[in-house]
Design a binder for this molecule. Sequence first.
Ligand SMILES: [Zn+2]
Length: 470
Amino acid sequence: MAIKIMLDAGHYGKTYNKGAVAGYYESETVWKIHTYLKPALEAYGFEVGVTRKNQDENPTPEQRGRMAKGYDLFLSLHTNALDDETLDRPYMICFLDVAGELAVKSKAAGHKLGAAIEKVIGTKQPYQIWQREYPGDRDKNGKQDDEYYGVLFGSRAVGAVGVLVEHTFHTNERSALWLMDDGNLKKLAQAEADAIAEYYGVAAPSEPVQPAPAELAPYLVTITTTQLNVRKGAGTAYPITGTVGKDEVYTIVAEEQVGAIVWGKLKSGAGWIGLTGYTQKLSLPAAPEKPPEVIPAKFEPYAVKITTGALNIRKDAGTVNPIVGVAKEGEIYTITDEKPVGSTVWGKLDTGGWIGLTGYTEKLPAPPAADAGCNPKFEPYNVKITAGALNVRKGAGTANPISGVVKQDEIHTIIAEEKIGSVVWGKLKSGLGWIGLTGYTLKLGVPPAPAPAPLSPPVMAKGSSTVIKK
Ligand SMILES: [Zn+2]
């Protein structure tokens, strides 16, 4: 059963109790705190009640305290006032030390709250637990043992642990200013909710678990009908985007049932085909998805010898650019980039500037690679997933869309790394995407197993008309 907490915004109306700063009112501030505190507590699984449905309701203090009947904890929220404007300490007003257990619990909760509030507001003075006895016999039990504060008198009367929280002094200018910031009040409410959760030993609200996307393991089908329409979506309502023919083989990457027919999405992106009755699933697993390795065309520097008497070196490719130097016949330069300008190819010198190559230079045979090793190759390695489930993303970093999930204890080969913030991301050899390595994986000491031999030949169904579409 949920732990029940009754929150009491200490005063009614919007303009009760001015503070040291114009525009500050205790009633307005404690109303806000309690509206922030309620959802923060509910996030922990507490059941939360309030003593006022709106700011204009004004039951007596004792009545509000008695509303905690059936609740585990009653909190009356206030800010304090005193002529001494240097005071800012939080006061946690707790039950009198009578009648045992309730008073002990009240003080224990008060300590948790006081420490949390002192910390989040950053008060100059430490919090204090406080109590005050009523100078008389309120409950007519023949003893002077009653709570001075009506709210606490009421909550104790109904058996609910009570704390009257005087957050700080609104007669302290710094405190009043702090309390006039809504962002601060939210932080304050969260700190109080955390403190109460700690007092009750309630675990932090768990972050919503991201459901793993339903991943279909791709599979191969062969077309068993003479001709089959490919459609833009699953179902005959979608326009036809093409056709597939008998005995052709396709990889299906998603399924959707429409009426009695299961439709399959073609990996090629061409569209969807009706599977039921028109295709046969092949038992071969689909070839692992491996996007073609696109290696950006990298310019291979080469050496040239100047074959003209003197050749201007210009700031950029083209004679319109200013001259920054001269190259002489017989000199050798290394070209690190090329750019055609009109009919002349210009070459960028590794020493800076550009020269016209066409007609003025001679390309030299490549010298032995002196700088081999300058570009260290990434050594693939294996990792074991240590997180329960780990999102695979299209790129390195959580900003990229999720492209799959890997599970605990699976072993994957990492072929590239990229650091994003404090997390090193690794690119999966499978081509599925990137995973966060730091904290979620364990690097294995053994070198990755050689890639499995390709399935040979992938599928050779009947006759030469077989087409392998990937
Ligand atoms: Zn008050």
